[in-house]
Design a protein around this ligand. Structure first.
Ligand SMILES: [Zn+2]
Length: 389
């Protein structure tokens, strides 16, 4: 097969996704066969024999956004809100990778052990075999139930399952049982997340800080509640008492989300902050949810927007062991091209986000392939990138 070479030129600025250096120098990024091959100045790079050229016309290139917390079921359909093409809508909001926290909205979801294992394996397969609109959906996240034994986790891992659904959404609600199962999962390379806070929908329950700490899942799922948050002292205690991922979601309590973020900064652990939507859920699907979280945390939390982008890119990629999320040679060429929304205040796009506004998405690229051009969902961008070859 011939080599696919994507050259993006005239980039105005590059957001790296890395907290330690969120803005990097360069006006050109080159991808070969879906991986980043060069970053720098157009004049210095080998741009010959491109199979596709994008003129960014001065807009910003950022890593594709990662939604750390979604509840898919099958294909691009969610039964929770009877909605089609919700994943495609989120791609138009800049999301190129999604991580399942459990396929819990499946009508008739099996809760017996053989049934839940079968569904997890099937879900992992159908999203591996079919990416809606090109979006990488990491799914097949079983919700653990009482009675599971170590061999169940080994069997799941051997079959390709890499995630647990939110601990606490099934019958396992006691810290001790949860801790044992999380350990078994970890032993076989399965990552875990836990529901934090009050019940989200009928059937789920309260998980307080003592259970979260005892279970010791890899990610403190929606630390700001989904939607009901724990009391403030429990949220700060969770940040301070462990080193697990601090996940802040759109379908949660915004004030509690800001508290979690501020606490993480106070203890010097901003690298633990990751973002999700928790959609589809009772409050629906939010195609712009991750961008809205970035704007909310940056503006109300008064942090530089280029740092807030890291919560939805590099931080998540590191914690979730993804080969995307940062602009670095060898990583997946998953990017978004964004600019100030038309008539947004602020001299630059980053300033407009710092004032609480959303950027306009002009293009999304996954694995070095242009997936969408001007977003149908964000406010229109001031300037738009253009495919010129
Ligand atoms: Zn939850």
């Amino acid at each position: 097969m011939s080599v696919q070479k994507l050259v993006i030129k005239n980039i105005g600025q590059i957001l790296s996704g890395k907290l330690e250096e969120p803005l990097i120098d360069g006006d050109c990024v080159i991808a070969i066969d879906g991986r980043i091959a060069a970053i720098g100045r157009y004049a210095d790079l080998d741009t010959d024999q491109a199979t596709q050229i994008v003129d960014a016309h001065g807009v910003t290139l950022a890593p594709g956004l990662i939604d750390s917390h979604v509840h898919p079921v099958i294909g691009d359909y969610t039964p929770r809100q009877q909605q089609l093409n919700w994943i495609d809508s989120c791609l138009h909001g800049g999301v190129t990778t999604m991580i399942s926290a459990g396929e819990v909205h499946a009508p008739g979801r099996p809760k017996d052990i053989v049934g839940l294992k079968a569904m997890a394996i099937a879900s992992q397969r159908w999203y591996e075999n079919f990416r809606p609109s090109g979006v990488k959906m990491l799914a097949g996240a079983p919700v653990i139930e009482e009675g599971m034994v170590e061999s169940d986790f080994k069997e799941l891992a051997d079959a390709g399952v890499k995630l647990l659904g939110e601990v606490g959404l099934g019958s396992v609600k006691a810290g001790e049982t949860a801790a044992q199962m999380v350990k078994w999962a970890r032993k076989y390379g399965i990552q875990s997340t836990i529901h934090t806070g009050g019940p989200s929908i009928p059937g789920s329950g309260l998980i307080d800080k003592d259970v979260v700490l005892e279970a010791d899942a890899d990610i403190i799922g929606h630390i700001n509640g989904g939607h009901t948050a724990l009391p403030d002292d429990q949220i700060t205690c969770l940040c301070e008492s462990c080193t697990r991922g601090i996940e802040i979601v759109h379908n949660g309590n915004e004030r509690a989300g800001l508290l979690a973020m501020r606490t993480a900064f106070e203890i010097g652990q901003a690298e633990r902050i990751i973002l999700g939507t928790d959609a589809p859920a009772g409050s629906g699907v939010q195609p712009l949810g991750i961008l809205r979280m970035i704007a909310m945390l940056s503006s109300l939390g008064d942090i530089p927007p280029e740092i807030a982008f890291c919560f939805a890119t590099g931080n998540t990629a590191r914690m979730r062991e993804l080969d995307s999320g940062i602009i670095e040679i060898g990583k997946s060429a998953d990017y978004i091209l964004i600019d100030s929304a038309q008539h947004a205040p602020g001299k630059t796009m980053l300033e407009s986000i710092h004032q609480g506004n959303l950027p306009g998405v002009g293009m999304t690229i996954i694995d070095g392939i242009v997936r969408t051009q001007r977003s149908r969902n964000t406010p229109p961008a001031e300037r738009l990138p253009e495919v010129v070859l």
